[in-house]
Design a binder for this molecule. Structure first.
Ligand SMILES: *Cc1c(COP(=O)(O)O)cnc(C)c1O
Length: 348
């Protein structure tokens, strides 16, 4: 359904940014070798290695569910288990794909108040059993930023990876909004990934302004063995790979990856600031990335819906607003105004 006015229900409502689209158009000149053996794919992978200052093995897939599931499957045998937060996308929103692609590796979900996974929770789950009847813990996965819009600090990621090393676990990062975490922390991508002990990173392109596509970065190249076969078997090997890889060139070489993320983060903070004085509504989680989860009385939410606003309420009982690269500042202010008026109307 076409949407005449901008909505903030999901950052996936946004289109593709000019930098990504221009790069895709540039890649559309003449013919190129298929299945990733082309110059665009090479250049995009090199761009990632430059950005991260390392020697990562890089793969391009269509979506985040595949990126996460295949990366986790690469780290596990079927009798292994994966420790995650109970709020993790891999647990709640991937339809069992991580278990499916790993032939049954079990997800062990740790209860979490705010969506984050902690070293204590990891230790507790990983050491709860050591007998033959329990799926052997093998991987920890964290989402950066979390599904609740929180950002793990460099110290937090380091503390988690330290526990992983101690317990013989690999560390995977679901970075569907990794760029937003970099923008929020103001740190180099390497600082919160491989330098902090992350073994495999799924770097989201779709929520960063691409039409489609995610990158999987193996910082430990040995872990990437046969990953290309895994992608092919899963239906994730693009034949005209240049169209999946070239948009990354547009994002990374222009700096749009960071600009886009900063803008989304700024808009979330702008909305939070504009309604901070209202006594009836408050953010459920601190605004650290491009999300605002609003706790509000039901009549206020109803009034917002009646004014045409769309939002999801399936996390934390509040209303979720997400801001993409294209968020219009005037629309953000309009939302703030409508929240204020809805509060006044309900209080009257
Ligand atoms: C959006 C998202 C993904 C990817 O979802 P797809 O719809 O499969 O592309 C993965 N993890 C998180 C935390 C997400 O928000």
């Amino acid at each position: 359904m076409p949407i005449s006015t901008q909505q903030f229900a999901s950052d996936n409502y946004a289109g593709a940014c000019p930098e990504a689209l221009d790069a895709m158009l540039a890649a559309n000149s003449g013919s190129a070798t298929a299945y990733g053996e082309d110059e665009w794919t090479q250049r995009a992978a090199d761009n990632f290695r430059t950005l991260f200052g390392g020697d990562a093995e890089v793969f391009f897939v269509f979506n985040g569910t595949a990126a996460n599931s295949l990366a986790l499957a690469a780290l596990c045998q079927s009798y292994h288990s994966v420790i995650c937060s109970a709020a993790a996308h891999v647990e709640t929103d991937e339809c069992g794909a991580p278990e499916f692609f790993s032939n049954g590796s079990k997800l062990l979900a740790a209860p979490s108040v705010d969506g984050k996974l902690t070293p204590d929770a990891i230790r507790q789950l990983a050491t709860s059993r050591s007998d033959i009847h329990f799926p052997k813990p093998r991987v920890v996965t964290i989402t950066q930023p979390t599904e609740t819009g929180l950002v793990y600090t460099v110290e937090e990621v380091r503390a988690i990876s330290a526990v992983c090393r101690e317990l013989g676990l690999k560390l995977h990062m679901d970075g569907a909004r990794f760029a937003h975490a970099c923008a929020s922390l103001g740190c180099e991508p390497a600082e919160i990934s491989w330098k902090a002990g992350v073994d495999v990173l799924c770097f989201g392109g779709t929520k960063n302004g691409m039409a489609v596509g995610e990158a999987v970065l193996f910082f430990d190249r040995a872990l990437a063995q046969d990953f290309d076969y895994r992608c092919k078997q899963a239906g994730q090997l693009a034949s005209k790979m240049r169209f999946l890889s070239a948009p990354w060139i547009g994002l990374l070489e222009s700096g749009a990856w960071l600009r886009n993320a900063r803008h989304g983060n700024d808009c979330a903070r702008r909305l939070a600031a504009a309604i901070a004085d209202l006594p009836d509504v408050s953010p459920i989680f601190p605004v650290e990335a491009n999300a605002l989860f609003l706790s509000a009385p039901v009549p206020v939410l109803d009034a917002l819906r009646a004014r045409g606003w769309r939002f999801y309420t399936f996390i934390g009982g509040g209303a979720r607003f997400m801001f993409a690269w294209d968020a219009q500042v005037e629309r953000v202010d309009e939302l703030a105004r409508d929240i204020r008026e809805a509060c006044l109307a309900v209080a009257a």
